[in-house]
Design a protein around this ligand. Structure first.
Ligand SMILES: NC(=O)c1ccc[n+]([C@@H]2O[C@H](COP(=O)([O-])OP(=O)(O)OC[C@H]3O[C@@H](n4cnc5c(N)ncnc54)[C@H](O)[C@@H]3O)[C@@H](O)[C@H]2O)c1
Length: 254
């Protein structure tokens, strides 16, 4: 038996992770570093980025770095992509959610959530391709959601429609970039324990009720999503493109 055999290794790869200051993005950065990658992180929250950087394994001697950027600003996206080196993987993960019944939706909220959840992924991908920062063998992974793509729920229209947009974008880009040997996939998580789901979005009673929809009896942990992303970044998934991978503890089965 070859004990060093690891088809999921990211050794020698350079990976950009957005939304890396906490939650799922921090877990992605941690798992990428543990898997041997050099990690480049970005987020609007510099304090969180510093904490993530301090928690990264660099046994492989990699120099992990971060750039603070507000991904709702096209100029900051273009600057970020100019600064970074060529990539082997890109995880487009930053996102926001705000619940509101449709009758209370405002144009400002639609635009705010679309800017980070949908327009930023499109512009980041545009600049990565245009500035030739991704090439043959690269893997792009979008953090979409089970919400919208696989299930809808009251009060979640704005978020759900942005994630459906990400799904259509991911599949379109998979078609466009496949002939260049660049793969695009998404992960589509159910409810994961992060700030996004804890910052006053749901009452305890709503959470208990929602938990009944999870056959595995728990909500997700950030690492549950991060480890699936490691698979999609690694050469183990080299024949996988255009896939929206559900990671939801069975939530969408019923
Ligand atoms: N937590 C869940 O239940 C869940 C489920 C499905 C999908 N997701 C998706 O997972 C991704 C990560 O979410 P999370 O749960 O880790 O939430 P989180 O709030 O912990 O992390 C989101 C990160 O995005 C960053 N961000 C927000 N606006 C930004 C901006 N303008 N520029 C740069 N960075 C910005 C935040 O600072 C934060 O670090 C999101 O795309 C979210 O939609 C989360």
């Amino acid at each position: 038996m070859d004990v060093s055999y690891n088809p999921f290794s990211l050794s020698g790869k350079v990976i950009l992770v957005t939304g890396a200051a906490g939650g799922i993005g921090r877990a992605i950065a941690v798992e990428c570093a543990k898997s041997g990658a050099r990690v480049i992180m970005t987020d609007i929250n510099e304090e969180g980025l510093k904490e993530t950087l301090a928690s990264l394994d660099n046994n492989s001697g990699q120099e992990h770095i971060y750039y603070r950027a507000n991904l709702t600003e096209e100029r900051e996206i273009a600057e970020l992509i100019t600064f970074i080196p060529g990539l082997d993987g890109f995880v487009c993960n930053a996102g926001v959610m705000k619940l509101a019944l449709t009758q209370f939706i405002t144009t400002d909220e639609i635009e705010r959530i679309q800017r980070i959840n949908l327009i930023a992924p499109m512009l980041l991908t545009k600049y990565l391709v245009k500035m030739r920062k991704v090439s043959k063998g690269s893997s792009l992974v979008f953090t979409a959601s089970a919400g919208g793509v696989y299930r809808v729920s009251p009060g979640n229209a704005i978020y759900a429609t942005t994630k459906c947009g990400v799904d259509a974008f991911m599949r379109t880009v998979a078609l466009e970039l496949g002939p260049r040997g660049i793969r695009c996939n998404s992960v589509n998580p159910g409810m994961v324990e992060t700030n996004l789901t804890h910052a006053g979005q749901f009452t305890d009673e709503q959470r208990q009720k929602e938990l009944l929809n999870y056959p595995l009896g728990r909500f997700g942990k950030p690492a549950d999503v991060a480890l699936a992303i490691i698979y999609l970044l690694s050469d183990a998934s080299s024949w996988v493109t255009g896939t929206a991978l559900k990671i939801d503890g069975g939530m969408t089965l019923s």
